[in-house]
Design a protein around this ligand. Sequence first.
Ligand code: ADP
Length: 275
Amino acid sequence: MQIKTEALNYTYKKNTPFEKKAIRDINVTIPANSFNVMIGKTGSGKSTLLQLLNGMLVPTSGNVVIGEYTINSKIKKKSLHPIRKVVGTVFQNPENQLFSDTVLQDVMYGPLNFGFTKRQSEAQAREAMELVGIAESLFSRSPFQLSGGQMRRVAIAGVLACQPKVLFLDEPTAGLDPQGHDDIMTLFQKWYKEREDRSIILITHEMEDAAKYGDNIYILHEGEIVLEGHRTEIFQQVELLDKLGLDIPVASRLLSKLKEASGENIAVAQYDVQG
Ligand code: ADP
């Protein structure tokens, strides 16, 4: 499912002394069936953009177009319901959202809430648990008796059981050791590759994940996407960006120079480079 933004803006606490423009005029097209990584420093707007793309926040101005649905400032709450069915989101520390008496009930909660029958919800829950590696022997346990790693897997299964087309991941490996991090990322990659009509949009500040998993990479800086492209177009530059501590104006200027020099199709978003 393709997601597109048109002149997208978001301002927190508009018309108050605390007004903060977090997203500035973003026009981006995220193709269907792709693994996308949005990267940027803390405060660059990643989390706000994710919540606009998944319909949790409504734009201050502009549009978010998710498949056949358009979200803008005039949308009615009811119209967001069908959108919520096609997107899923795994937040940081998703295990904090576990609440049911048993693992199986917890994973079935989402599909039941979306109106799937009990039987169908259980089938989807079982499929999701198989994918995340939660054994049947744990289904009747309390989620709170599990290890931290298992709890995270159960929480992820709860999102996957709703069978989203687009899965949003907000730093889903926060707090895990390197092995745990790789295990969870592998699991998402497996989910993504299992069917052709699935997309992932991951936000992170970890360059390694962008390099390893992203088909398309979007670099955010002060509420704008300053660089976007297929990994092959921009990842030759990642070392440089890293060395510069994601000092985007400089990196972006260098990239445009490279583009001029090589004549290659390196995607450089419009950016008013100073200095
Ligand atoms: P990131 O996810 O890249 O760290 P965010 O989207 O969280 O960035 O934040 C973008 C900007 O919006 C930051 O300047 C942040 O301080 C501000 N911001 C985020 N949430 C709120 C909020 N609820 N109220 C006011 N400002 C906010």
